[in-house]
Ligand binder design. Structure first.
Ligand SMILES: *Cc1c(COP(=O)(O)O)cnc(C)c1O
Length: 453
């Protein structure tokens, strides 16, 4: 065991050592990777050390340096060293984090992390928290709690009676909602055809006046999905106004804050996320901006009874029988699962309040730096107000040139970022979400982008 783990540690050390200077994108085609990795399934297996070496060699050119400082694609954080180390131990300990009995330590760590997260985000301290695989499952879990909550108010028990014959629930989303809101609605049995979309403004923020008009026309249970952190522009919906409108109508307000909710953890972004605390549920990712390894999402629900009723596998009418002991599976869709609280615990404890604020502020400053450096070139247009960590860039006001620059940058390898469509126009999307990105990384990357024009 020791020899094998030492070998793994050496490989990890090599990879991490090269990470800051590695070609950021993949360097092999699919065919090359298949050729490197595909061997016939053997009858008798192979030496484990040989398998590890072969895996490292075969995978290497297909690995993306997304944990490194110059990966700006999608919204992908890296891994803080301590979070990576705690994640290694999580696999080593191999705890089943389902119930208290299968890992008291995993249960208590999730309890502690729950309190820290509620403090950092300044959300109701009595809210319940579940540790899920990512933003998708955080949205799903929160909306399952919402489905329970709004139907319960009209006397319908959806966990027992299902949706067939249930009073219709109005689902109100933003025109700019993340697609995982839509897939969550699908998995919850609502379907997507019934979604009512509220217009978004030029930054991708839900328009509160349009929401008010729409809600005035709806009768019966309502769930409203707002967003803190548009996946393209980083924009945050006007949460205070939305919360007032939603609650006047007795609707359940969910906020998808997969990355944007981390803005609550820094004083500099407080006003941007004001009113967030009035929502009923929140979705967040730790594997994005907290920079812990995959898979790590966080779901928070104000009404813990709705949360538990929607998720627990014991009957809804049973009181929590285990006293103070947390059974993690009461708050998430999974039964057996990874003890993902350990890495979150290690990251938060290491950084503290100030360290987390500094990490978030640093990424936002780097995003502004990107926008400033690129905008000096007359062929460049910055399409969004840079309010968080996202920058949308267009070249020569041309879809063709913009796509071309993106693909050249990807091949060139100094940095990596992807394209998107913004207000029906092609755009380059830059997301600064990694703890290790420095001002120098941004200078190098901006220079590479400008060269590619
Ligand atoms: C990334 C993201 C999601 C999905 O999160 P995963 O962790 O990829 O499942 C949902 N909503 C928003 C706004 C996001 O940025």
């Amino acid at each position: 065991m020791r020899t094998l783990l030492d070998l793994a540690r050496d490989h990890a050390g090599d990879f991490l050592g090269q990470l800051p200077d590695r070609h950021v994108g993949a360097r092999a085609t699919r065919d090359e990777l298949v050729a490197a990795l595909k061997v016939p399934l053997s009858d008798d297996g192979e030496e484990p050390a040989g398998v590890l070496d072969a895996l490292v060699r075969g995978a290497d050119r297909g690995l993306i340096a997304c944990a490194g400082p110059r990966y700006f694609g999608f919204v992908i954080g890296g891994s803080l060293p301590v979070a990576l180390a705690a994640d290694w131990l999580t696999s080593t300990w191999d705890q089943n984090a389902g119930i208290y009995a299968t890992s008291p330590a995993a249960s208590v760590v999730e309890d502690v992390a729950r309190e820290w997260l509620l403090e950092l985000f300044d959300l109701p301290r009595s809210a319940s928290v579940g540790f899920v695989t990512g933003g998708q499952m955080a949205n799903f879990t929160a909306l399952a709690a919402a489905r329970h909550g709004v139907l319960r108010r009209v006397g319908w028990n959806v966990e027992e009676d299902g949706l067939t014959g249930a009073p219709p629930v109005h689902l109100v989303v933003s025109a700019a909602s993340h697609i995982t809101i839509h897939s969550s609605m699908r998995m919850l049995g609502f379907g997507t055809r019934s979604l009512r979309k509220v217009d978004a403004d030029d930054q991708g923020r839900m328009r509160a006046d349009s929401l008010r008009e729409l809600l005035a026309t709806l009768d019966g249970p309502v769930i409203v999905c707002a967003q803190a952190g548009n996946v393209n522009s980083g924009a945050v919906d006007p949460l205070r106004a939305i919360a007032m409108i939603a609650h006047e109508r007795n609707a359940w307000l969910h906020v998808d804050g997969a990355f944007g909710l981390w803005g609550r953890a820094t004083p500099s972004k407080r006003s941007l996320l004001e009113g967030c605390e009035w929502a009923d549920s929140w979705a967040n990712d730790a594997h994005k901006w907290l920079n812990v390894p995959y898979d790590s999402g966080i779901v928070i629900v104000r009404d813990s009874a709705s949360h538990r009723a929607a998720m627990t596998v014991s009957a809804e009418y049973l009181e929590q029988t285990s006293g103070a002991e947390r059974d993690n599976f009461d708050w998430v869709p999974e039964f057996s699962r990874r003890a993902r609280g350990f890495a979150i615990y290690a990251a938060i404890r290491t950084l503290g309040r100030r360290g987390i604020a500094a990490m978030i502020d640093g990424c936002c400053e780097r995003a502004l730096q990107f926008a400033e450096l690129l905008a000096r070139d007359p062929r460049v247009a910055i399409l969004n107000d840079v309010v968080l960590n996202q920058v949308l860039v267009r070249f020569g006001d041309s879809d063709e040139l913009t796509r071309d620059v993106i693909s050249r940058v990807q091949k060139e390898g100094t940095c990596w970022l992807a394209g998107t469509t913004w207000q029906r126009k092609a755009a380059m999307r830059i997301s600064v979400s990694n703890w290790s990105t420095t001002a120098e990384d941004v200078e190098k990357s901006a220079a590479a982008i400008l060269r590619c024009i």
